[in-house]
Design a protein around this ligand. Sequence first.
Ligand code: URP
Ligand code: ZN
Ligand code: ZN
Length: 472
Amino acid sequence: MGRILIRNGTVVSPSGSWAADVLVDGEIVVGLFEPSAVEALGITADRTIDAAARYVIPGGVDVHTHMQLPMGPTFSSDTFETGTIAAAWGGVTTIVDFASQQVGERVMDGLEARHGEAAGNCAIDYAFHQTIGGVDDESLLAIRQLVEREGVSSIKLFMAYPGAYYSDDGQILRAMQVAGELGVMTMMHAENGIAIDVLRAQAIAKGDTDPIFHALTRPPELEGEATHRAVQLAKVAGDAPLYIVHLSAADALEEVARARHRGQNVFAETCPQYLWLSLEEHLAQPGFEGAKWVCSTPLRSSHDHHQRDLWTGLRNDDLAVVSTDHCPFCMKDQKELGLGDFTAIPNGIGGVEHRMELMFQGVVNGEITLERWVETCCTTPARLFGMHPQKGEILPGADADIVIWDPNATTTIGINDKHHMNMDHSAFEGFVVDGRVETVMSRGKILIENDQFVGTVGHGQFLKRGLSAELR
Ligand code: URP
Ligand code: ZN
Ligand code: ZN
């Protein structure tokens, strides 16, 4: 690996952007230098990369992915291998995926099984959150072990999906009490699953079976209501840290904003699909096409002000993170399971490859600053989930996870253009965005350069995470 010097670029961090040369030694960033200092100090390297007219940014940190996730009779179509290679193509050098436990299962068995699936198969570094779908005395006891011994410092609960991962309010409260005591972050899928199930059954009984009914039976009010309940339960649990996942509705954002204004430890993420795609333009496409965009929470109507509010939330930090909720399914044999019955369509959109690109377009459009792009996609996810300063920022001593970004190039997203995820369509087909991932480095090893993946499967290591650095 040796010493690599990245010269003439503009380094971007949440606190600013400046001309600096970055010296990497082995797996670590060892220095940032004012450019003329490199000669003055006689700094040498085995390899020099010219980053003139480029941004030099931390590798992306995507804290919400689902590789090879079992869903009904199928699995999300990216394995840890294909999904982490696609992530690298998108300038992502760390993912946090999920180990899972359901009623009657042992938490540690689920974690061990997930380790077995990921170990040796990842091209980039990875960590796990722990989904707890069966809250009981035993699973609650396991939370201490997760954080103290396993490096898993966040749990995920579901207010949706009754009969699968769903937890009732009493279970949520108990889990939050235990997690809060330990400083563990509770991530919440906040939708009122009980009410949604009534609407779904009514729609099917009426013959409303097209993909669009997926969204119409998951209205924004039921995301707002569940978010409100989650926030209140976290408060009653002693201000237990709460992180709302895949927030899509203005109704939910209002609840998060109110809680944050009160000083509660409440955080939220949104995903590029909620910022760029809509119910009318995508989910409502004729025939079965809309199945490509069936995900939960669902795409929202462009006739309301969800997208405008989400961008505002990103600017004012009510939304702290952009993740992808990467959960890809092919149309053939997978989404098609729901032909004639939208309730059987596997839920999920693939996007791990495109988050950095789509969010950079937000910079170009003037929605967020360059620094906020890095903050929401790299630094804050690392800080919130106990990985900073090792990940998420280019700092002396940090892992050398670095992306060289060409702001003057463009990227065309699409199945016959830039597309490396293991799926037969792209949710962002035909998007032409400014900017391009040029070079990607993970712990000093080049993964992407000259339009080639030159990394290795197995390079990615499991990251033991600490507690969140964002708690108030
Ligand atoms: O549609 C989605 N989001 N699928 C993945 C599972 C989840 O709810 O996050
Ligand atoms: Zn979810
Ligand atoms: Zn998810």
